[in-house]
Design a protein around this ligand. Structure first.
Ligand SMILES: O=C(O)c1cccc(C(=O)CC[C@H]2O[C@@H](n3cnc4c(=O)[nH]cnc43)[C@H](O)[C@@H]2O)c1
Length: 264
């Protein structure tokens, strides 16, 4: 059976994912974090609330992946999941409140250096990675099943709080649909273990001027549950034909990690 690790930031997101299962039993990981193991699904689904931000997400993901590998039950797929901010470049476009986004690129938007000429990603300084690209066929299948849009999801350590910053991110990342705080950390840990990764976000708020009262967290959590109801079947259905990939901007392809394996 396909084994899937889902990593959320907070317990409310974990519980929204667990809601697809009849029951979710607690399993304690080395170090004390608690994993929830969903029962009664056609895939084995473990859900971990690892904390807010890319560092907590990477640490929790790596711990769960290592524990599973040492137990002789490695995961086939890791999914970063939760609520997120949606970009709306114009009426009828982007990711509106309550919609779901599946990342076709998981991009670290603030991993780099400020220079007099603006932001420079670490890859242009000669280091590391700023983007992971999930398997396009898997993204297509999962997004179609969930009724989700596929596009770039950026990972930030600081939630965007102004229209100027939202516009800057949208300009630097053409095709960006959503912003969250964990995807890149989860993807780094998954890549270190050679396991494919996905990111699924339900939009709770618009990216832009901070207005916490306008966040629709309940609606987003409901949408997240809806997306995960479709995931087991999407992961067990045969893959469809692959269309020609669209051209990508240079900033996204530099330092990419490709994850070609399809979850079995
Ligand atoms: O207060 C609650 O009930 C509650 C329930 C579920 C989740 C939360 C969070 O605050 C989760 C924080 C989490 O959400 C992501 N997020 C959401 N919107 C944005 C955004 O505009 N920019 C960046 N991240 C966003 C993020 O991944 C956080 O970890 C509260």
């Amino acid at each position: 059976m396909t084994r899937v690790l889902v990593v959320t930031a907070v317990a409310a997101e974990r519980d929204a994912v667990c809601a697809v299962a009849g029951s979710c039993a607690a399993v304690t990981l080395p170090g004390g974090q608690e994993l929830r193991r969903a029962a009664g699904l056609p895939v084995a689904l473990d859900v971990l609330a690892a904390g807010v931000g890319p560092a907590a997400a990477a640490a929790g993901t790596a711990t769960a992946l290592t524990a599973a590998a040492l137990a002789g039950q490695p995961y086939d797929l890791v999914v970063s999941a939760g609520i997120g901010g949606g970009f709306s470049p114009g009426p009828g476009s982007g990711a509106p409140l309550g919609s779901v986004v599946v990342a076709d690129a998981i991009v670290a938007a603030d991993l780099g250096a400020e220079t007099p000429d603006g932001f420079v990603p670490v890859t242009e300084l000669g280091f590391g990675t700023v983007a992971h690209r999930p398997d396009p066929a898997l993204v297509r299948t999962v997004a179609a099943a969930a009724g989700a849009a596929a596009g770039t999801v950026v990972t930030v350590s600081t939630v965007t709080g102004s229209a100027a910053r939202a516009a800057e991110l949208a300009e630097r990342h053409p095709g960006v649909l959503a912003e969250a705080m964990e995807g890149f950390g989860v993807a780094e840990a998954a890549a270190a273990h050679g396991v494919p990764v996905l990111e699924i976000r339900a939009v709770s708020n618009a990216v832009g001027p901070r207005d916490r009262a306008a966040w629709r967290i309940g609606d987003a959590l409901t949408a997240l549950t809806g997306a995960f109801r479709t995931l087991p079947e999407a992961l067990t259905a045969p893959a469809g034909p692959a269309p020609e990939p669209p051209p990508r901007s240079a900033s996204l392809t530099r330092g990419d990690s490709h994850v070609p394996r399809r979850a079995p």
